[in-house]
Design a protein around this ligand. Structure first.
Ligand SMILES: [Zn+2]
Length: 438
Protein backbone atom coordinates (compact mmCIF):
# COMPACT_ATOMS: atom_id res chain seq x y z
CA UNK A 1 0.00 0.00 0.00
CA UNK A 2 1.39 3.39 -0.98
CA UNK A 3 0.83 6.10 1.65
CA UNK A 4 -1.66 8.73 0.52
CA UNK A 5 -1.78 12.40 1.52
CA UNK A 6 -4.54 11.46 3.97
CA UNK A 7 -2.56 8.86 5.90
CA UNK A 8 0.62 10.94 5.79
CA UNK A 9 -1.23 13.16 8.28
CA UNK A 10 -1.12 10.30 10.78
CA UNK A 11 2.68 10.54 10.91
CA UNK A 12 3.96 11.60 14.28
CA UNK A 13 0.94 10.40 16.25
CA UNK A 14 2.60 8.23 18.87
CA UNK A 15 0.55 5.53 20.60
CA UNK A 16 0.27 5.42 24.37
CA UNK A 17 2.29 2.17 24.52
CA UNK A 18 5.21 3.71 22.71
CA UNK A 19 5.06 6.91 24.78
CA UNK A 20 5.14 4.78 27.91
CA UNK A 21 8.06 2.73 26.61
CA UNK A 22 10.11 5.86 26.01
CA UNK A 23 9.13 7.42 29.34
CA UNK A 24 10.29 4.24 31.06
CA UNK A 25 13.50 3.99 29.05
CA UNK A 26 14.47 7.60 29.67
CA UNK A 27 13.77 7.23 33.40
CA UNK A 28 16.07 4.19 33.67
CA UNK A 29 19.46 5.08 35.18
CA UNK A 30 21.19 2.41 33.08
CA UNK A 31 19.79 3.93 29.88
CA UNK A 32 20.90 7.42 30.95
CA UNK A 33 24.32 5.92 31.60
CA UNK A 34 24.29 4.51 28.08
CA UNK A 35 23.37 7.87 26.55
CA UNK A 36 26.22 9.52 28.46
CA UNK A 37 28.59 6.76 27.43
CA UNK A 38 27.76 7.39 23.76
CA UNK A 39 28.47 11.10 24.16
CA UNK A 40 31.79 10.37 25.87
CA UNK A 41 32.64 7.77 23.22
CA UNK A 42 32.56 10.51 20.56
CA UNK A 43 36.33 10.82 20.14
CA UNK A 44 36.90 7.08 20.02
CA UNK A 45 34.03 6.60 17.55
CA UNK A 46 35.47 9.22 15.19
CA UNK A 47 38.93 7.62 15.44
CA UNK A 48 37.41 4.30 14.44
CA UNK A 49 35.48 5.97 11.63
CA UNK A 50 38.81 7.25 10.27
CA UNK A 51 40.55 3.87 10.66
CA UNK A 52 37.71 2.10 8.84
CA UNK A 53 37.68 4.71 6.06
CA UNK A 54 41.39 4.18 5.44
CA UNK A 55 40.82 0.52 4.60
CA UNK A 56 39.63 0.72 0.98
CA UNK A 57 36.40 -1.14 0.25
CA UNK A 58 35.64 -0.90 -3.48
CA UNK A 59 32.53 -2.67 -4.83
CA UNK A 60 33.02 -6.47 -4.87
CA UNK A 61 36.29 -6.10 -2.90
CA UNK A 62 35.27 -5.40 0.68
CA UNK A 63 37.18 -8.37 2.22
CA UNK A 64 39.91 -6.40 3.97
CA UNK A 65 37.44 -4.03 5.64
CA UNK A 66 35.13 -6.95 6.45
CA UNK A 67 38.00 -8.86 8.15
CA UNK A 68 38.93 -5.76 10.14
CA UNK A 69 35.28 -5.34 11.15
CA UNK A 70 35.18 -8.97 12.24
CA UNK A 71 38.20 -8.39 14.49
CA UNK A 72 36.43 -5.37 16.03
CA UNK A 73 33.28 -7.45 16.63
CA UNK A 74 35.36 -10.09 18.40
CA UNK A 75 37.10 -7.47 20.57
CA UNK A 76 33.69 -6.11 21.56
CA UNK A 77 32.76 -9.52 22.88
CA UNK A 78 30.06 -10.34 20.33
CA UNK A 79 29.42 -14.06 19.95
CA UNK A 80 29.22 -16.25 16.84
CA UNK A 81 31.31 -13.75 14.86
CA UNK A 82 31.85 -14.79 11.24
CA UNK A 83 31.94 -13.70 7.60
CA UNK A 84 29.09 -15.28 5.66
CA UNK A 85 29.36 -16.71 2.14
CA UNK A 86 28.62 -13.32 0.53
CA UNK A 87 31.20 -11.50 2.68
CA UNK A 88 28.96 -9.84 5.30
CA UNK A 89 30.45 -9.51 8.80
CA UNK A 90 28.07 -10.88 11.43
CA UNK A 91 28.18 -10.89 15.24
CA UNK A 92 25.53 -11.66 17.84
CA UNK A 93 24.61 -10.06 21.14
CA UNK A 94 22.37 -12.63 22.71
CA UNK A 95 19.15 -11.56 24.40
CA UNK A 96 17.50 -13.22 27.37
CA UNK A 97 14.54 -14.62 25.52
CA UNK A 98 14.70 -17.16 22.74
CA UNK A 99 13.30 -16.05 19.42
CA UNK A 100 13.12 -12.31 18.99
CA UNK A 101 15.82 -10.95 16.68
CA UNK A 102 16.71 -7.42 15.58
CA UNK A 103 19.38 -6.80 12.92
CA UNK A 104 21.40 -3.58 13.22
CA UNK A 105 23.58 -2.96 10.19
CA UNK A 106 25.75 -0.53 8.25
CA UNK A 107 27.33 -1.13 4.85
CA UNK A 108 31.00 -1.94 4.33
CA UNK A 109 31.26 -1.06 0.65
CA UNK A 110 31.94 2.29 -1.01
CA UNK A 111 31.20 3.42 -4.58
CA UNK A 112 34.88 4.03 -5.36
CA UNK A 113 36.79 1.86 -7.84
CA UNK A 114 39.77 -0.36 -7.00
CA UNK A 115 42.92 1.62 -6.26
CA UNK A 116 41.18 4.75 -4.93
CA UNK A 117 43.04 6.89 -2.41
CA UNK A 118 41.41 6.32 0.98
CA UNK A 119 43.74 8.63 2.95
CA UNK A 120 41.91 10.77 5.49
CA UNK A 121 42.67 14.44 6.11
CA UNK A 122 41.18 16.79 8.69
CA UNK A 123 40.92 20.50 7.96
CA UNK A 124 41.29 23.37 10.43
CA UNK A 125 37.51 23.43 11.04
CA UNK A 126 37.58 19.80 12.15
CA UNK A 127 35.83 18.55 9.00
CA UNK A 128 37.12 15.12 7.96
CA UNK A 129 37.80 14.48 4.26
CA UNK A 130 38.07 11.13 2.46
CA UNK A 131 36.05 9.02 0.03
CA UNK A 132 33.50 7.06 2.06
CA UNK A 133 34.11 8.93 5.35
CA UNK A 134 30.39 9.60 5.69
CA UNK A 135 28.84 6.88 3.49
CA UNK A 136 29.07 4.62 5.30
CA UNK A 137 32.06 4.72 7.67
CA UNK A 138 29.93 6.95 9.93
CA UNK A 139 27.32 4.19 10.12
CA UNK A 140 29.92 1.47 10.72
CA UNK A 141 31.54 3.45 13.56
CA UNK A 142 28.12 4.24 15.08
CA UNK A 143 27.31 0.54 15.07
CA UNK A 144 30.53 -0.29 16.95
CA UNK A 145 29.88 2.50 19.46
CA UNK A 146 26.42 1.06 20.20
CA UNK A 147 27.82 -2.45 20.73
CA UNK A 148 30.48 -0.98 23.04
CA UNK A 149 27.83 0.98 24.98
CA UNK A 150 25.74 -2.14 25.58
CA UNK A 151 28.82 -4.02 26.71
CA UNK A 152 30.25 -1.32 28.99
CA UNK A 153 26.94 -0.43 30.66
CA UNK A 154 25.97 -4.08 31.07
CA UNK A 155 22.54 -3.50 29.53
CA UNK A 156 20.98 -6.87 28.70
CA UNK A 157 18.30 -6.85 26.05
CA UNK A 158 15.38 -9.25 25.93
CA UNK A 159 15.62 -9.74 22.15
CA UNK A 160 18.79 -10.76 20.29
CA UNK A 161 20.73 -8.12 18.41
CA UNK A 162 22.52 -9.30 15.29
CA UNK A 163 25.14 -6.74 14.29
CA UNK A 164 25.96 -6.85 10.56
CA UNK A 165 28.39 -5.07 8.25
CA UNK A 166 26.88 -5.65 4.81
CA UNK A 167 28.63 -5.84 1.44
CA UNK A 168 27.31 -4.64 -1.91
CA UNK A 169 24.87 -1.93 -0.87
CA UNK A 170 26.00 0.53 -3.54
CA UNK A 171 25.38 0.54 -7.32
CA UNK A 172 26.04 -2.75 -9.07
CA UNK A 173 26.41 -4.44 -5.69
CA UNK A 174 22.62 -4.38 -5.97
CA UNK A 175 22.08 -5.02 -2.23
CA UNK A 176 23.74 -8.42 -2.61
CA UNK A 177 24.83 -8.52 1.05
CA UNK A 178 21.43 -7.88 2.56
CA UNK A 179 19.73 -10.11 -0.04
CA UNK A 180 22.02 -12.93 1.03
CA UNK A 181 21.38 -12.20 4.72
CA UNK A 182 17.63 -12.53 4.30
CA UNK A 183 17.91 -15.68 2.24
CA UNK A 184 20.04 -17.39 4.90
CA UNK A 185 18.88 -15.94 8.24
CA UNK A 186 15.21 -16.78 8.46
CA UNK A 187 14.02 -15.33 11.73
CA UNK A 188 14.65 -11.59 11.61
CA UNK A 189 11.85 -9.59 13.27
CA UNK A 190 13.20 -6.09 12.73
CA UNK A 191 15.96 -4.31 10.84
CA UNK A 192 17.83 -1.03 11.26
CA UNK A 193 20.37 0.21 8.72
CA UNK A 194 22.60 3.08 9.85
CA UNK A 195 23.27 4.91 6.61
CA UNK A 196 23.38 8.50 5.41
CA UNK A 197 24.13 11.47 7.64
CA UNK A 198 22.02 13.46 10.10
CA UNK A 199 20.03 12.38 13.13
CA UNK A 200 16.44 13.33 12.25
CA UNK A 201 15.65 11.59 8.96
CA UNK A 202 13.66 8.36 8.88
CA UNK A 203 13.59 6.18 5.76
CA UNK A 204 10.86 3.55 6.01
CA UNK A 205 9.86 3.08 2.35
CA UNK A 206 11.84 1.22 -0.30
CA UNK A 207 12.33 2.74 -3.71
CA UNK A 208 12.28 -0.03 -6.28
CA UNK A 209 14.59 0.13 -9.26
CA UNK A 210 15.36 -2.06 -12.24
CA UNK A 211 18.41 -1.50 -14.37
CA UNK A 212 19.28 -2.91 -17.77
CA UNK A 213 22.16 -2.98 -20.19
CA UNK A 214 21.06 -3.17 -23.84
CA UNK A 215 23.63 -4.18 -26.47
CA UNK A 216 22.86 -3.67 -30.17
CA UNK A 217 25.09 -5.73 -32.50
CA UNK A 218 25.38 -5.56 -36.28
CA UNK A 219 27.85 -6.58 -39.03
CA UNK A 220 29.33 -3.07 -39.29
CA UNK A 221 30.93 -1.62 -42.38
CA UNK A 222 32.26 1.44 -44.17
CA UNK A 223 30.13 4.51 -43.56
CA UNK A 224 29.92 5.24 -47.31
CA UNK A 225 30.40 1.87 -49.03
CA UNK A 226 28.12 -0.17 -46.76
CA UNK A 227 25.46 2.51 -46.36
CA UNK A 228 22.00 1.12 -47.08
CA UNK A 229 23.25 -2.48 -46.96
CA UNK A 230 23.80 -2.95 -43.23
CA UNK A 231 21.77 -1.62 -40.33
CA UNK A 232 23.38 0.78 -37.91
CA UNK A 233 23.40 -0.27 -34.23
CA UNK A 234 23.89 3.32 -33.08
CA UNK A 235 20.90 4.44 -35.14
CA UNK A 236 18.86 1.62 -33.63
CA UNK A 237 19.90 2.82 -30.18
CA UNK A 238 19.00 6.40 -31.14
CA UNK A 239 15.54 5.28 -32.24
CA UNK A 240 15.18 3.46 -28.91
CA UNK A 241 16.20 6.51 -26.87
CA UNK A 242 13.71 8.65 -28.79
CA UNK A 243 10.90 6.25 -27.93
CA UNK A 244 11.98 5.94 -24.29
CA UNK A 245 12.05 9.72 -23.92
CA UNK A 246 8.34 9.74 -24.82
CA UNK A 247 7.20 7.18 -22.24
CA UNK A 248 4.72 8.81 -19.92
CA UNK A 249 4.82 8.01 -16.19
CA UNK A 250 2.58 9.09 -13.30
CA UNK A 251 3.59 11.68 -10.70
CA UNK A 252 1.85 9.52 -8.07
CA UNK A 253 3.19 6.95 -7.43
CA UNK A 254 6.38 8.69 -8.45
CA UNK A 255 7.99 6.76 -11.29
CA UNK A 256 11.09 7.72 -13.25
CA UNK A 257 13.30 6.40 -16.05
CA UNK A 258 16.61 7.36 -17.56
CA UNK A 259 18.98 6.25 -20.29
CA UNK A 260 22.03 6.84 -18.15
CA UNK A 261 25.13 5.60 -19.98
CA UNK A 262 25.70 5.15 -23.75
CA UNK A 263 28.66 3.86 -25.72
CA UNK A 264 29.71 2.26 -28.99
CA UNK A 265 31.35 2.85 -32.34
CA UNK A 266 34.99 2.70 -33.32
CA UNK A 267 35.72 5.38 -35.91
CA UNK A 268 33.91 8.27 -37.54
CA UNK A 269 33.93 6.67 -41.00
CA UNK A 270 32.46 3.32 -39.93
CA UNK A 271 29.03 1.91 -39.34
CA UNK A 272 29.56 0.54 -35.86
CA UNK A 273 29.36 -3.16 -34.99
CA UNK A 274 27.91 -2.42 -31.62
CA UNK A 275 26.27 0.12 -29.35
CA UNK A 276 25.41 -0.18 -25.71
CA UNK A 277 23.22 1.73 -23.28
CA UNK A 278 22.22 1.39 -19.64
CA UNK A 279 18.85 2.36 -18.26
CA UNK A 280 17.51 2.97 -14.78
CA UNK A 281 13.80 2.79 -13.93
CA UNK A 282 12.41 3.54 -10.46
CA UNK A 283 9.06 3.58 -8.74
CA UNK A 284 7.62 3.50 -5.25
CA UNK A 285 4.94 1.13 -6.53
CA UNK A 286 6.00 -2.39 -7.65
CA UNK A 287 3.19 -2.79 -10.22
CA UNK A 288 3.94 0.58 -11.79
CA UNK A 289 7.66 -0.25 -11.87
CA UNK A 290 6.99 -3.46 -13.81
CA UNK A 291 4.63 -1.64 -16.16
CA UNK A 292 7.17 1.07 -17.02
CA UNK A 293 9.99 -1.46 -17.35
CA UNK A 294 8.03 -3.55 -19.84
CA UNK A 295 7.15 -0.40 -21.80
CA UNK A 296 10.82 0.58 -21.90
CA UNK A 297 11.97 -2.86 -23.06
CA UNK A 298 9.26 -2.78 -25.71
CA UNK A 299 10.54 0.58 -26.98
CA UNK A 300 13.99 -0.93 -27.47
CA UNK A 301 12.65 -4.02 -29.27
CA UNK A 302 10.48 -1.88 -31.55
CA UNK A 303 13.43 0.37 -32.35
CA UNK A 304 15.52 -2.61 -33.46
CA UNK A 305 12.71 -3.86 -35.69
CA UNK A 306 12.35 -0.39 -37.23
CA UNK A 307 16.06 -0.11 -37.96
CA UNK A 308 16.18 -3.60 -39.49
CA UNK A 309 13.07 -3.16 -41.61
CA UNK A 310 14.15 0.29 -42.82
CA UNK A 311 16.79 -1.44 -44.97
CA UNK A 312 14.57 -4.21 -46.32
CA UNK A 313 17.04 -6.87 -45.19
CA UNK A 314 15.35 -10.30 -45.12
CA UNK A 315 14.04 -10.96 -41.61
CA UNK A 316 16.18 -14.08 -41.23
CA UNK A 317 19.41 -12.51 -42.47
CA UNK A 318 22.48 -12.62 -40.26
CA UNK A 319 22.97 -8.95 -41.08
CA UNK A 320 20.06 -7.82 -38.92
CA UNK A 321 20.82 -6.06 -35.67
CA UNK A 322 20.71 -8.42 -32.72
CA UNK A 323 19.64 -7.17 -29.34
CA UNK A 324 21.05 -8.47 -26.06
CA UNK A 325 19.29 -7.52 -22.84
CA UNK A 326 20.97 -7.96 -19.49
CA UNK A 327 19.33 -7.06 -16.18
CA UNK A 328 22.06 -5.39 -14.12
CA UNK A 329 20.04 -4.22 -11.14
CA UNK A 330 16.90 -5.24 -9.30
CA UNK A 331 16.02 -3.53 -6.04
CA UNK A 332 12.53 -4.09 -4.71
CA UNK A 333 10.18 -1.39 -3.60
CA UNK A 334 8.45 -1.68 -0.28
CA UNK A 335 5.78 0.31 1.42
CA UNK A 336 4.11 0.61 4.79
CA UNK A 337 2.07 3.32 6.44
CA UNK A 338 3.77 6.14 8.34
CA UNK A 339 1.87 5.32 11.53
CA UNK A 340 3.18 1.74 11.65
CA UNK A 341 4.66 0.79 15.02
CA UNK A 342 8.32 0.81 14.00
CA UNK A 343 8.01 4.24 12.33
CA UNK A 344 6.42 5.59 15.51
CA UNK A 345 9.32 4.18 17.52
CA UNK A 346 11.87 5.97 15.32
CA UNK A 347 9.79 9.13 15.59
CA UNK A 348 9.70 8.93 19.40
CA UNK A 349 13.45 8.19 19.54
CA UNK A 350 14.16 11.26 17.39
CA UNK A 351 12.09 13.45 19.72
CA UNK A 352 13.80 11.89 22.74
CA UNK A 353 17.17 13.23 21.57
CA UNK A 354 15.64 16.65 20.97
CA UNK A 355 15.33 16.28 17.20
CA UNK A 356 12.52 17.03 14.75
CA UNK A 357 11.63 13.80 12.93
CA UNK A 358 11.66 13.92 9.12
CA UNK A 359 9.97 11.16 7.15
CA UNK A 360 12.05 10.78 4.01
CA UNK A 361 11.12 9.95 0.44
CA UNK A 362 11.51 6.28 -0.42
CA UNK A 363 15.15 5.27 -0.52
CA UNK A 364 17.14 2.51 -2.12
CA UNK A 365 19.09 1.24 0.88
CA UNK A 366 19.72 -2.07 2.62
CA UNK A 367 16.30 -1.66 4.28
CA UNK A 368 14.54 -2.06 0.92
CA UNK A 369 14.89 -5.85 1.13
CA UNK A 370 13.30 -6.33 4.57
CA UNK A 371 10.64 -3.68 3.82
CA UNK A 372 9.74 -5.63 0.69
CA UNK A 373 9.52 -8.82 2.78
CA UNK A 374 7.21 -7.16 5.30
CA UNK A 375 9.85 -7.02 8.06
CA UNK A 376 9.73 -3.72 10.03
CA UNK A 377 12.79 -1.86 8.77
CA UNK A 378 14.28 1.60 9.05
CA UNK A 379 17.25 3.45 7.67
CA UNK A 380 18.51 6.01 10.18
CA UNK A 381 21.39 8.45 9.70
CA UNK A 382 24.87 8.02 11.14
CA UNK A 383 24.98 11.65 12.33
CA UNK A 384 26.99 14.74 11.50
CA UNK A 385 26.87 16.38 8.12
CA UNK A 386 28.11 14.63 5.00
CA UNK A 387 28.92 16.54 1.81
CA UNK A 388 30.11 15.44 -1.62
CA UNK A 389 28.73 11.94 -0.99
CA UNK A 390 29.88 9.41 -3.65
CA UNK A 391 32.56 11.84 -4.88
CA UNK A 392 36.30 11.80 -4.10
CA UNK A 393 35.68 15.12 -2.26
CA UNK A 394 33.38 13.46 0.28
CA UNK A 395 33.61 14.99 3.75
CA UNK A 396 32.07 14.59 7.18
CA UNK A 397 31.50 17.29 9.78
CA UNK A 398 31.29 15.34 13.06
CA UNK A 399 29.70 18.14 15.11
CA UNK A 400 27.09 16.61 17.45
CA UNK A 401 27.14 13.34 15.49
CA UNK A 402 26.65 11.40 18.74
CA UNK A 403 22.95 12.41 18.74
CA UNK A 404 22.43 10.00 15.85
CA UNK A 405 24.10 7.20 17.78
CA UNK A 406 21.91 7.93 20.81
CA UNK A 407 18.82 7.86 18.60
CA UNK A 408 19.66 4.43 17.15
CA UNK A 409 20.54 3.18 20.66
CA UNK A 410 17.10 4.22 21.99
CA UNK A 411 15.35 2.76 18.94
CA UNK A 412 17.11 -0.56 19.53
CA UNK A 413 16.21 -0.64 23.24
CA UNK A 414 12.57 0.23 22.53
CA UNK A 415 12.42 -2.65 20.04
CA UNK A 416 14.26 -5.29 22.05
CA UNK A 417 13.35 -4.33 25.62
CA UNK A 418 15.71 -4.47 28.63
CA UNK A 419 15.77 -7.48 30.93
CA UNK A 420 13.87 -6.75 34.12
CA UNK A 421 12.98 -3.22 33.00
CA UNK A 422 10.96 -3.02 29.77
CA UNK A 423 9.28 -5.45 27.36
CA UNK A 424 10.17 -5.57 23.68
CA UNK A 425 7.90 -3.52 21.41
CA UNK A 426 8.92 -5.45 18.31
CA UNK A 427 6.39 -8.15 17.52
CA UNK A 428 7.70 -11.64 16.89
CA UNK A 429 6.83 -12.09 13.27
CA UNK A 430 9.28 -13.67 10.88
CA UNK A 431 6.90 -15.12 8.38
CA UNK A 432 8.69 -13.75 5.36
CA UNK A 433 9.44 -15.69 2.23
CA UNK A 434 12.83 -15.78 0.56
CA UNK A 435 13.52 -12.51 -1.24
CA UNK A 436 13.08 -11.97 -4.96
CA UNK A 437 16.18 -13.05 -6.78
CA UNK A 438 17.99 -10.42 -8.75
ZN1 LIG B 1 25.25 4.42 2.01
Amino acid sequence: MVPTEENKKSAGIISADIREQFDNLLAEPIVRKGLDFIKNDDKRRIEEQIQITEIPAPPFAEEERAEDFKRRFTELGLSDVYLDAEGNTIGLMKGSREGLKLVVSAHLDTVFPKGYDAKVTIDDKGVIHAPGISDDAAGLAALLSIARTLKETGIRTVGDILFVGTVGEEGRGDLRGVKHLFSTVKDVDGFISIDGDGCENIIYLGLGSKRFEFTFKGPGGHSFMAFGDVPNPIHAMGRAIDKIANISVPDEPRTTYSVSVVGGGTSVNSIATDAVMMTDTRSVCPEQLDKTVSELVNCVKMAVIEENTSLKIPWDSEDNIRLEIEKIGDRPSGVCLPDTLHVQVAWAATEAIGGTPQLELPGSTDSSIPINLGVPALTLGGGGKGTGIHSPQESFDPTDAYFAVQRVFLTILAFTGIVGKTDPLLPKNSGYKTPQSG
